[in-house]
Design a protein. Structure first.
Length: 510
């Protein structure tokens, strides 16, 4: 049973507003020594805002933060770090052109007797930390050369390299492989054993059975419940998150599948760094009007590269043929792809799908600028009229079309991306991890949109690492492993066992 003696940090009555949005309203939070508290709720519930306040990113409008029973006020993140609070942000916060070790110890570099940075000591400490996290990279490696999952591990190492008493983790596993996730969980176990209090923001409820102790459920900027995880069932948590029973997560309608729209034959892509190796090797795929083709594979299978290559992003090193309506075409750029009726929503929506500081209307019209020009200039009234209907159709929750898109929740940002591409009237929509990092209810809304688009005759190709999602929304499933197509299943014959067996490298069974 918990007692007040193990409370490290307590937030009382925290409130915060942004333009047009009441982000937090009178929220309480308790973090305890040696325990992981999961913060659960839909995107826009206020979880990240609360964590940013505790980490000193911005101040609360009302309320107080108590550290060891004493009220504290943080002027900035460095101030919070000085009090032993570290945060792993959902958006990577690394300096690309510095080394791994330089990023890990930025601002707290070890010095030698001359007052200069002791690189040997810094690299030694960094190497030990990277080994504990099972990250096989050198401390001298430049961060820009690492893939996203490896950069995420470096971000974690940076956060725990100091004298951390409170660790805040905002969706830390979203870009990690299974091995990296397990290494992170072992590190969390060690930190808890040392008495570190951990706040953990996640949408992956299944993770919490392994690492969680307590849970806080938030909705619409308010605290809904706080209890030990063992006292909460998954259905209870979901109900509290969305404010109602969540049934029929996946639409079950069946559309009429029409003629073939897109076909690729022997599509290959050479590896950019490894001569003689391939990212994609002889992949065949086709998709028809009114059909959802699911593409499943584990990390490194080539799902993203397949969509990007079809969309004209990787011309160098590409081989194979692409056909649209049976006619062989050349797609040498995204502009070519768009002109031929293709559209693509990328995996990293904030970096590649949106311009965060631009408004909802500006983002939604980016792919259709010719339709909102007057005398060569963008007509803002024409622009808002043009995108308004689609934004309303996709139920984007925003106080205004002029609202900067960065202030929208992840689910609503994803809807803006979809609205942007649907405005181009595509024949084929390529979706890369369309529900990654969004909450349960927002996922359901995305599934409904995909279903509506399919029934309207659009061909939708969905790459996803979530097997239940692929099984539920796909008419056919294409399975990839290490850059190759290893199997294809119709909806009626697809099972988790068959798909996972095809997704695993053959040596896994040796």
């Amino acid at each position: 049973m918990n007692s007040d003696s193990d409370i490290v940090l307590e937030a009382r009555g925290i409130s915060k507003s942004f333009p047009g949005v009441r982000a937090l309203q009178n929220v309480d939070l308790v973090l305890r020594s040696g325990r992981l508290t999961a913060l659960l709720g839909e995107n826009g519930a206020g979880k990240s805002t609360l964590m940013n306040i505790i980490a000193g990113v911005f101040p609360p409008e009302a309320g107080q933060i108590l550290l060891d029973g004493r009220e504290v006020r943080f002027a900035n993140p460095r101030d919070a770090q000085a009090h032993g609070i570290a945060m792993i942000f959902q958006e990577l916060n690394l300096i690309p052109h510095l080394s791994v070790a330089e990023n890990m110890f930025l601002g707290r570099e070890p010095l030698n007797r001359l007052g200069l940075i002791d690189y040997a000591a810094m690299n030694h400490k960094a190497r030990a930390m990277l080994e504990r996290l099972d990250l096989p990279v050198q401390p001298t490696a430049i961060v820009a050369g690492l893939r996203v999952g490896q950069q995420q591990v470096v971000e974690i190492a940076k956060a725990i390299a100091g004298d951390t008493r409170i660790l805040i983790m905002d969706e830390p596993t979203s870009a990690l492989t299974e091995n990296e996730i397990e290494a992170l969980f072992r590190t969390i176990d060690r930190l808890k054993a040392k008495g570190v209090a951990i706040a953990y923001v996640t949408h992956k409820l299944q993770e919490l059975t392994r690492i969680g102790d307590d849970a806080v459920v938030m909705r619409d900027g308010r605290l809904i419940a706080a209890a030990p995880l063992k006292d909460l069932r998954r259905d209870d948590i979901v109900r509290m998150m969305v404010g109602r029973d969540l049934k029929d997560l996946y639409p079950t309608t069946r559309g009429v599948i029409g003629e073939e729209i897109l076909r690729v034959e022997r599509l290959s892509l050479k590896h950019p760094q490894r001569p003689g190796d391939f990212v994609l090797r002889d992949v065949d795929a086709r998709i028809c009007q009114g059909e959802v083709l699911g593409i499943f594979g584990l990390m490194g299978a080539g799902r993203t590269q397949l969509l990007e290559t079809i969309f004209g992003l990787h011309v160098r090193g590409r081989a194979g043929d692409i056909y649209i309506h049976g006619r062989k075409v050349s797609i040498d750029s995204p502009s070519d792809a768009i002109a031929m009726g293709l559209a693509m929503a990328p995996e990293d929506r904030k970096k590649e799908g949106l311009v965060p500081d631009m408004s909802v209307a500006e983002n939604a019209s980016l792919s259709s600028l010719a339709k909102v020009l007057r005398f060569g200039f963008i007509d803002t009234r024409l622009e808002q009229n043009f995108v308004g209907e689609t934004i309303e159709r996709f139920h984007v929750k925003t106080p205004s079309l002029r609202q900067p898109v960065r202030y929208l929740s992840g689910g609503n940002q994803q809807k803006v991306i979809l609205a942007k591409w649907i405005a181009t009237h595509p024949q084929v929509l390529l979706l890369d991890e369309p529900t990654r990092g969004i909450d349960v209810n927002a996922k359901r809304e995305i599934y409904i949109l995909i279903d509506e688009l399919k029934r309207s005759g659009l061909a939708v190709m969905v790459a996803s690492s979530e097997l239940p999602e692929i099984l539920a929304i796909s008419d056919r499933v294409l399975v990839m492993c290490e850059g190759r197509k290893t199997a294809e299943f119709a909806r009626a014959t697809a099972t988790e066992e068959k798909i996972m067996s095809a997704a695993l490298p053959q040596e896994s069974f040796a």
